[in-house]
Design a protein around this ligand. Structure first.
Ligand code: MN3
Length: 243
């Protein structure tokens, strides 16, 4: 493993990343002693790698044919990884130069390619030649609690996925705020965010949040917000998210 790769894994070597990427990043566990330490060295931008599939390209036949899987993983997923790396490097350069003229473009690129990378990495791990049947254990109990029965869950999951407008995803997710399972639709897959991220600090810039006082001066509102941020709360959320 390259030093750069090792350094990168060190920084993402926490439970949540291992969950997303499963066995492909299992080497992250060797850095488990870092879990409770706050990193002081900067995280290197743009070193994401295409995770290997946990099975051969023909392993999911006949449900997913070999040619489709080769293109989907080797071309489409790979393009998300390189796009994310490019956007992260561009943003690092923008911070270096204090030039944010293209920040909207690059944030969109991070959202699009980052979400594509994360969702595909989960998707590959979600599938297996030995898959099928029904879940057992805690997930089965949670599905029963939140959807009634597995059959009802499956019916809603299929209906929601089929009803996604144009390109997108059907998603079973754990909603951490309500502490329950939810079925979601994702159109495209980004909408300017990146799946899997746990919010730590949020700033509402819908006009209702500032218009009475600031009218069209959103930038002034955002600048002022920093005078009232409760960093103790943000820090507590960070600690919790880190696990
Ligand atoms: Mn895809």
């Amino acid at each position: 493993m390259s030093t750069r790769r090792r350094e990168f894994l060190k920084h993402i070597g926490i439970g949540s990343s291992a969950l997303f990427f499963g066995s492909t990043l299992s080497s992250a566990s060797e850095f488990s002693d870092d879990k409770k330490n706050i990193q002081t060295t900067p995280v290197v931008a743009g070193v994401h790698q295409l995770p290997e599939l946990p099975y051969p390209y023909n392993a999911l036949e006949p449900v997913i044919d070999e040619q489709t899987l080769r293109l989907h993983h080797g071309k489409h997923h790979a393009a998300y990884v390189s796009g994310l790396n490019k956007a992260e490097q561009a943003l690092a350069e923008a911070r270096e130069k204090s030039d944010f003229a293209l920040v909207k473009h690059w944030e969109r690129e991070v959202a699009f390619h980052g979400s594509g990378h994360i969702l595909h990495a989960i998707f590959w791990q979600n599938l297996s030649p030995q898959g099928g049947g029904e879940p057992a254990g805690p997930l089965a109990a949670a599905i029963q609690r939140d959807f009634g029965t597995f059959a009802k869950f499956k019916a809603q999951m299929i209906a929601a996925t089929n009803a996604v407008e144009a390109s997108g995803w059907g998603v079973l997710a754990y909603q951490t705020v309500f502490q329950k399972l939810v079925i979601l639709q994702a159109e495209k897959h980004q909408d300017l965010t990146v799946w899997g991220a746990i919010p730590l600090l949020v700033i509402d810039v819908w006009e209702h949040a500032y218009y009475l006082k600031y009218q069209n001066r959103r930038a002034e509102f955002v600048e002022n917000i920093f005078k009232i941020i409760n960093w103790k709360d943000v820090d507590a959320r960070f600690q919790k998210a880190k696990g």
